[in-house]
Design a protein around this ligand. Sequence first.
Ligand SMILES: *Cc1c(COP(=O)(O)O)cnc(C)c1O
Length: 355
Amino acid sequence: MKLFTVGPVEMYEETRVVRGKQLPYFRTPEFSDMMLEADELLKKMISAQQGAKTIYLTASGTGAMEATIMNCFDEKDKILVINGGGFGARFVQICKVHNICCDEIKVGFEENITEEKLRLYAQGGYTGLLVNIHETSIGKIYPIEIISDFCKKNNLYLIVDAISSVFADEYDMQKYNIDATIFSSQKALSLAPGMSVVVLSPRIIEERVNKKIVRSMYFDFKDYIYNFQRGQTPFTPAVGVFIEFYNMIKYIQSIGIENKIEETRVRAMKFREKAQELGFEIPKFEKSNALTPILFEEKGKLVYSILKEKYGYIVTPSGGEFAERILRVGHIGNLNDEDGLQLLNAMRKVVDELK
Ligand SMILES: *Cc1c(COP(=O)(O)O)cnc(C)c1O
């Protein structure tokens, strides 16, 4: 079996070895040192601002999305959500649950965010903007530069769900004035699920997080920030996933984050070239290096099932209106360029046999 998914993905041998070991007790100076060391490296890799702080949560990505909203906004805010798919819709849902007023910028399938589109919202009295920089449900990446400029000009906090993008695409908190970066262990880092991370800018900590009374004990970021001064979390962290994270971050540091991203970019590019050669259709919008959506006229799910049953290749169908029309192929995790090409050959055979 081989996973061409976005998370969990094919794990690296090194991660599997680390996973197989007895877990240590974690309220120790040794564990604290490990957390602090990994955290420093992480913040460098995503160019976090001087004074940025990280929250290590034991939750899936959605938990971190919700916790971020709860700690940064309330009923007095007015939020803009870029909604071009399933994960954009999730942000809208979270705002609704917490009674936070939000307006959606709907992005059509072929469309992308432009300056003109955003300008329509310039005078709306908004205080924050939420975006899933890579809308994983269809594989589209939004232009961070344009979004960042809009937020700067209109003084909005910029919250970025980068769960499936960070470590696969270039990412820079400082350059783009990002106030919160959210990601999880099971995507490009190729670790087990269970740990999600929020990196906060100094300004949002000072102006929002520190001042907010959060209606949750477990998800109150103030407590996490306080405890992390000594390299600890208020509650038991996903100890094993954290150790996997430590090892992965050290590995990425040893090869260089630019090289890690470049490797994924080249893999995606080779895959897309070959896909086109074989007559598959790929949407023209800007795509993340993490995944390639392939368009089908029909029977997408059947192709998915045959690939799984006959070849042991696991790709991901899309949801909703694209359930039969898109298969998503991940390029993250322990895959090489050849794996993707073999998948394409198999997919070509499956599709031809269905004709
Ligand atoms: C994977 C993903 C999430 C997190 O989903 P969980 O199932 O809660 O881990 C959130 N946003 C995006 C864009 C994702 O790709």
